[in-house]
Design a protein around this ligand. Structure first.
Ligand SMILES: C[S@@+](CC[C@H](N)C(=O)[O-])C[C@H]1O[C@@H](n2cnc3c(N)ncnc32)[C@H](O)[C@@H]1O
Ligand code: SF4
Length: 432
């Protein structure tokens, strides 16, 4: 099977949206404002808050962030973002219910406790949070203190995703991210002390100098802290897009074959420990809501990856943040200067986006189903979007090689004139 997977090895988008962000085009604040004003009043919206700062740069990092040792730029950014939140609420023109809020970055754990609480106050002044709203934060374990954990508990945070990556000191030196197990253990304990029990870990494979032994130790240490979810991300090395990645030596990177072995080893250990597979690269404990979402077919994808959030509307705040509106995507400028100029002029800082045609929705739906469930009933989706059920027959005929290799199963027993396709067989490896 490994050789067959290697035969189809290619770099593909991470598909957190369709079309993906590189395909966005220029959009104006007025277009976004029009879209906000049309939001249905009773449907809950989700919120995303982007904090683009970290104390230092991890060399593998693909996120939109900058390293700063000073707090003044963070303070200045926050005061602008609070204005953006108020401005957006004014544009909507009525109070919306919120069922999901995600703090991402960068490292939201950079915020001083008072500033985190103030940000939550600004959000609660502008939106109505439902009583069981999920409030999640991406946490750098090196940045957690007693006071911060207390503030998160007070603010209603109930889920935290910790960036772990790998516990090997050799790998950590090669990626410029040094954090020992004790630091992670202490920060997880601090959050639990303040009632935050939904704990996720981000691990990575394909890192420089990473070995199977490192993967085994990292998985075992991670499991010892009993997280509810583990994401096993494959390192995406794109030095032409992120200059700091050039500090990672190409010759230290595991090849495609080694990457497959690494993922497979992690998967085996996680399954043996009772975690259940979700989508392409997530694993969830039996009591986790993501597993329930998978089983009830309500699992979805948004800009953070897999999510239990089924809302069709996500409003993003901060530089580079992407909003998903019922009619399309809108992205804020990633540039601090432009962001600040827009907010100070009382304009929404939107720069790019894409309104969705029915064909985009159709393709997005098919990709989303494949990513979440590793199978898709193509004729049913075509009909749902108002297309003829045999529209993709030509494309499906192009899967012959993959079918022969056992990478894709095509179920032709579908009722009616057309077919259904399932991208499964050994699935989790086949399309990675
Ligand atoms: C915003 S960071 C997590 C929060 C916090 N900044 C931290 O690192 O602890 C999100 C996660 O994305 C993953 N990630 C970052 N860069 C990546 C890359 N180039 N390829 C794959 N995964 C990546 C890492 O697992 C990281 O923990
Ligand atoms: S991985 Fe996290 S801590 Fe490291 S640079 Fe990226 S966002 Fe910052």
């Amino acid at each position: 099977m490994k050789n067959k997977i290697l035969k189809y090895n290619a770099q593909i988008p991470r598909y957190t949206s369709y079309p993906t962000a590189p395909h966005f085009i220029s959009k104006t604040p007025a277009e976004y404002a029009a879209s906000l004003a049309l939001l249905a009043p009773h449907n809950p919206v989700s919120l995303y808050v982007h904090i683009p700062f970290c104390k230092e740069m991890c060399w593998y990092c693909g996120c939109h962030t900058t390293a700063t040792r000073k707090y003044a730029p963070v303070e200045a950014y926050l005061s602008l973002m609070w204005r953006e939140i108020r401005l957006t609420a004014d544009m909507i023109g009525r109070r919306m219910n919120v069922a999901h809020l995600h703090f991402g970055g960068g490292s939201p754990t950079m915020l001083h406790p008072d500033d985190f609480l103030r940000t939550m106050d600004v959000l609660r002044e502008a939106f109505d949070f439902v009583s069981d709203a999920e409030i999640a934060i991406e946490a750098d374990p090196r940045g957690i203190s007693y006071d911060k954990a207390k503030a998160y508990g007070q603010a209603g945070v109930n889920r935290a995703s910790f960036g772990i990556q790998d516990f090997s000191p050799v790998v950590q030196a090669a990626i410029n991210r040094r954090q020992d197990f004790a630091t992670v253990e202490e920060s997880v304990a601090l959050l639990r002390q303040f009632g935050i029990n939904d704990i996720n870990f981000d691990l990575m494979y394909g890192l420089p100098l990473q070995t199977l032994d490192d993967i085994e130790k990292t998985v075992a240490l991670s499991l010892s802290l009993k997280p509810r979810r583990i994401a096993m991300f494959g390192y995406a090395h794109v030095p032409w897009m992120k200059k700091h990645m050039t500090l990672i030596h190409d010759e230290d990177l595991p090849d495609a074959c080694a990457r497959i072995d690494q993922f497979s080893r992690a998967e085996k250990l996680l399954l043996e420990a009772g975690m259940q597979p979700v989508g392409l690269d997530h694993f969830a404990a039996e009591n986790d809501s993501m597993l329930q979402a998978l089983r009830s077919r309500t699992l979805a994808r948004n800009f953070q990856g897999y999510t239990t959030d089924a809302s069709s509307t996500l409003i993003g705040f901060g530089t580079s943040a992407i909003s998903r509106m019922p009619d399309g995507f809108f992205q804020n400028t990633p540039h601090n200067v432009n962001y600040s100029a827009a907010i100070l002029a009382g304009r929404l800082p939107v720069a790019r986006g894409r309104l969705l045609e029915e064909e985009d929705r159709l393709r997005g739906d098919i990709i989303g189903q494949l990513m979440c469930y590793l199978e898709v009933d193509i004729p049913a989706i075509l009909v749902k979007h108002g297309f003829a059920p045999d529209r993709f027959d030509d494309i499906l005929a192009g899967f012959t090689d993959m079918m022969t290799d056992g990478m894709v199963e095509l179920d032709r027993g579908y009722q009616g004139q057309s077919r259904s396709a399932a991208g499964s067989a050994g699935g989790r490896g086949a399309i990675r």
